[in-house]
Design a protein around this ligand. Structure first.
Ligand code: PLP
Length: 279
């Protein structure tokens, strides 16, 4: 059964309620993680909790829970749900207080963990690939933080939806492609795998990290450096990574066909390599 844990309370997602004074609700003042469990085992829980900690530290939210407590709460909620193929969401907001931009230092953060059934991903996503659009980067300059303030990403996704695309890629004024609205982007150029460095312009994705590890083990040439929109348009292969859909080929950007319109061989190999990490 899909379950929500909220500050010690456990019940259905429909019954879980937060105050209208929750700063997450009023200001998007919080951080989050999205994780996946395969056959009842959470993938890369430690990596996700580390990122949650560093996101919280970056926005000056002091976590009152030790990593081991967060691990226990998350694993316990998963196990009580009985769900094996799960989508797990962890959210920490700064706390609850009458709406005011300034916040008291001693506010107690709110912790929400939800466990839901993973959404079925159609196999055609991998066999056919998806379309993407590009748009000017208009997010803030702390994209390394997994903040729940996601309005810019929501707007980008709406624009992608209207164009019949699955993802929107952000492009800086100098033509550098940073990442997708909810994914990291990789391209293959002259046989070399390229992805943007993990700086303030992108979220350092957990899947990105594991795909880079798989690439290393396969002795693929990798350059973790910025690339331009002109490189993207001429790429042999393009793919995006994220916890939910893992590795997804992109075959069309802004209406232009990429890599002959077919998912590329390296994309498939890297996805296969990733899959073997949790089987
Ligand atoms: N970049 C952004 C902006 C995201 O929102 C996400 C995931 O939601 C990712 C990258 C991929 O991160 P991960 O691989 O940890 O799921």
């Amino acid at each position: 059964m899909e379950l929500a844990y909220l500050n010690g309370w456990l019940g259905s997602l429909e019954e879980a309620h937060v105050s209208v004074n929750d700063r997450g609700y009023n200001f998007g003042d919080g951080v989050y993680e999205v994780l996946r469990a395969y056959d009842g085992v959470i993938f890369a829980l430690e990596e996700h909790l580390k990122r949650l900690e560093s996101s919280a530290a970056a926005v000056e939210i002091e976590l009152p829970w030790k990593p081991a407590q967060l691990k226990n709460i998350t694993e316990d909620t998963l196990s009580k749900s009985g769900i094996k193929e799960a989508l797990i969401y962890i959210q920490v907001t700064r706390g609850t207080a009458p709406r005011s931009h300034s916040s008291e230092a001693d506010m107690l953060p709110n912790l929400l963990v939800t466990v839901r059934n993973i959404i079925e991903i159609p196999p055609s996503l991998y066999s056919e690939g998806v379309k993407a659009i590009t748009m000017p980067e208009f997010r803030w300059q702390m994209c390394n933080i997994k903040s729940i303030s996601l309005q810019a990403s929501v707007l980008a996704k709406r624009r992608a939806d209207r164009a019949g695309a699955a993802e929107a890629f952000f492009v800086l004024p100098d033509g550098t492609v940073t990442e997708g609205a909810s994914s990291n982007i990789f391209i293959v150029k002259d046989g070399v795998l390229l992805t943007h460095p993990a700086d303030n312009r992108i979220l350092s994705g957990v899947l990105r990290h594991f795909v880079l590890k798989v690439a290393e083990s396969l002795e693929v040439k990798v350059r973790v450096e910025p690339f331009k929109i002109s490189d993207l348009m001429k790429a042999e292969e393009v793919f995006i990574t994220g916890t939910v859909a893992e590795v997804v080929p992109v075959v069309n950007v802004d209406g232009k066909i990429i890599g002959g319109g077919q998912p590329g061989p390296l994309t498939g190999l890297l996805h296969q390599g990733f899959t073997s990490l949790h089987e």
